[in-house]
Design a binder for this molecule. Structure first.
Ligand code: ADP
Ligand code: ADP
Length: 218
């Protein structure tokens, strides 16, 4: 569960996120919709403790993410900048991450299977398509078996098959009781992936509703 209360971020005189309050519940995929520059990435960075709110709070399962020791950090993230060295294999990348966080090799194998990368796990990343990179990014996010997953524009640039794959994966993960927040600037993508919706514009909350309600009202 993610709870934002009066979350605000200013960069100098500019307000990127403006008194934002919302809840991301477990069990469903919650879309985070807003045009480019609306404040989605900034909000997600604050949820993850990568950026510090100017005021307000954001809690994950009742706690500040920053306050949690690393192995207890049950938030997985897929952010827009996700570089993997082109000379490394997917498996190697995941094993290194796992080692850093004290995660077992068994879990690495599990996430490789979960995201369908088994066939290319020992291939170098330089030949990976965007879709394969996304799978690898999601596999990395799932390594710690997080209760909460935050994904910034995960279907951006993917073909319809890739979008369907991510939708099915996210819905499955949500059905296991996880809280999932996924951002996009396109309603057409949101309608395909999410069931709940948080809509923002210029850093402010416009609506928190179900996708069905939102489509009906539009
Ligand atoms: P979105 O993810 O919805 O595209 P962002 O959160 O990236 O929006 O950006 C929201 C606003 O905050 C934009 O106007 C952006 O230019 C500004 N912004 C984001 N990060 C910084 C930063 N580090 N310094 C200054 N302004 C920033
Ligand atoms: P910095 O990276 O700027 O050094 P700190 O780690 O010192 O930031 O954190 C500064 C303060 O911001 C702390 O009191 C911390 O509790 C608070 N803080 C960090 N993350 C959040 C959050 N997600 N919501 C509210 N306050 C937070």
């Amino acid at each position: 569960m993610i709870e934002a209360r009066g979350l605000t971020k200013r960069y100098g005189g500019k307000v990127a996120v403006d008194d934002l309050s919302f809840t991301v519940r477990p069990g469903v995929v919650t879309g985070f919709l807003g045009p480019n520059g609306a404040g989605k990435s900034t909000t997600m960075r604050m949820i993850l403790g990568l950026d510090r709110p100017t005021s307000g709070t954001v809690l994950v399962d009742g706690r500040h993410y920053r306050d949690l020791p690393a192995p207890a950090r049950h938030v997985g993230a897929l952010l827009e900048s996700r570089a993997i060295h082109p000379g490394r294999t997917a498996e190697n990348h995941l094993l290194t991450l796992a080692r850093t966080h004290g995660i077992s090799r068994r879990r690495v194998d599990q996430v490789i299977d979960l995201v369908g990368l088994r066939g290319v796990a020992r291939k170098r990343a330089r030949g990976f398509s965007l879709g394969m990179n996304q799978r690898l990014g999601i596999a990395s996010a799932l390594l710690g078996d997080p209760s909460t997953l935050v994904l910034d524009e995960p279907v951006n640039g993917l073909d319809p098959e890739g979008i369907r794959w991510i939708r099915d994966l996210l819905r499955g993960l949500a059905a296991e009781g996880r809280s999932i927040m996924v951002s996009s600037h396109l309603m057409s993508e949101m309608a395909l992936t999410a069931t709940e919706l948080i809509v923002i514009g210029r850093g402010r909350l416009i609506a928190q509703t179900s996708v069905d309600e939102f489509v009906r009202a539009a």
